[in-house]
Design a protein around this ligand. Structure first.
Ligand code: FES
Ligand code: FES
Length: 157
């Protein structure tokens, strides 16, 4: 591979090393190199939020970050958060409130929602809407998504 670079990062708690083309986006690296296809690709220019992942604890757009920029970082994807049980309350609420239809937006939506849940603040519906305003959903009309997030946030001790 011409001009390839070696990178090492920790993905969902596992250290991985790969040789990548410098122009490879993080979400493509996760999907194509590591088979972590839970992070979706929608707009590919930072608008829809389908590609949301966590890098060193902060949610980022996987389509706006290069894999080489994540060298040395800790990356967590929907698969990692799901396997660890971190998302279980949100997953249950999304299921019970019918907060998903096609599910394409759901991984990114859950990543963004969990970012709020971790803050443990009792937010209003407007504040929840504001926080997820960078995550597009073509199916649900958002009402049920906000209901689900609100239930988890307000159910926390
Ligand atoms: S695919 Fe990254 S924000 Fe849409
Ligand atoms: S459930 Fe289909 S895009 Fe959100």
């Amino acid at each position: 591979m011409e001009h390839a670079l070696d990178i090492t990062l920790t993905v969902n708690g596992v250290e991985v090393s790969r040789r990548v083309a410098p122009r490879t986006h993080l979400v493509d690296f996760l999907r194509d190199e590591l088979g972590l296809t839970g992070s979706h690709i929608g707009c590919e220019h930072g608008v829809c939020g389908a590609c949301t992942v966590r890098v060193n604890g902060e949610i980022v757009r996987g389509c706006l970050m290069l894999a080489v920029q994540a060298n040395g970082s800790r990356v967590d994807t929907i698969e990692g958060l799901s396997d660890s049980g971190e998302l279980k309350d949100l997953q249950k609420a999304f299921h019970e409130k019918n907060a998903l239809q096609c599910g394409f937006c759901t991984p990114g939506m859950l990543m963004a929602a969990q970012d709020l849940v971790r803050e443990k603040r009792k937010l209003s519906r407007e504040q929840i809407r504001e926080h997820i305003s960078g995550n597009y959903c073509r199916c649900t009309g958002y009402q049920a998504i906000v209901d689900a997030i609100e239930e988890v946030i307000h159910g926390q001790g």
